[in-house]
Design a protein around this ligand. Sequence first.
Ligand code: ATP
Ligand code: MG
Length: 255
Amino acid sequence: MSEPDQAALECRGVTKRFGALVAVDAVDFAVAKGETVGIGGPNGAGKTTFFDLISGLTPVSDGTIHYLGQPIVGTAPHKLCQRGLARTFQLNSGFDGLTVYENVLAAQSFGRRSAGGWVMTPRADRDAARAIIADIGLEDIADYMVAGVPTLARKKLMVATALVSEPEILLMDEPVGGLTPPEIEEFIALVLRLKGQGLTLIFIEHVMHFLMAVADRAVMMHQGQIIYDGTPKGLSADKTVTEVYLGSAGTGGAG
Ligand SMILES: Nc1ncnc2c1ncn2[C@@H]1O[C@H](COP(=O)(O)OP(=O)(O)OP(=O)(O)O)[C@@H](O)[C@H]1O
Ligand SMILES: [Mg+2]
């Protein structure tokens, strides 16, 4: 077990170069256990690339990343997931040809530390998968093929498949992108529940209303760098943020 005061995640000088493009530029970023951090910033700022570096999907060009005190650069994404570092994606992932329930079972079998097995899923694991599906509000469509389910359900399913891996940290890339205002409210309630359970949450989101409603701390990225790291409320008063993110004339919400 890790020390109680240890950071959940600590990035030092994290850099990603794609040829001449520096997508993530010497980023220092630490997240305490139980914290909820919302990351914003314009298109192409490097937010998703930063998540890809943390979750091991893209090799880091430079810098160090520690998860619960352990260095993780070079660790395969599935190993990180099994160690409790789970994520969702900006675009819908999931197996279209499986049902909602089967997707959760697959994630449980392959993504969890104490994987029970895919062919013979123990009763307790099946019950746990069903419980997560019910908790997240997918019970009614648990046996539907994922190819046919609407966007909100697909977004929730990504969270469910991450949760079933029993994460310490959950990274969510634009969890409410493309959702309607009532659906966003539903997601806010869901994320507040996860927060209440003590999960460490880091998410990327353009929808400022969502970020303001759930984040303890806001981070803004621009051209691969962090240009703001502070309270969500402080965002609108920050000159740099106003200029690069909201637009120089902007004082209202974005997204
Ligand atoms: N595999 C890649 N090869 C080359 N360039 C890439 C690659 N992935 C991302 N980039 C570039 O890196 C920059 C950052 O992209 P990224 O997807 O991280 O931005 P983002 O902040 O998530 O944007 P958005 O809000 O649109 O999702 C962009 O200029 C993008 O074109
Ligand atoms: Mg992105």
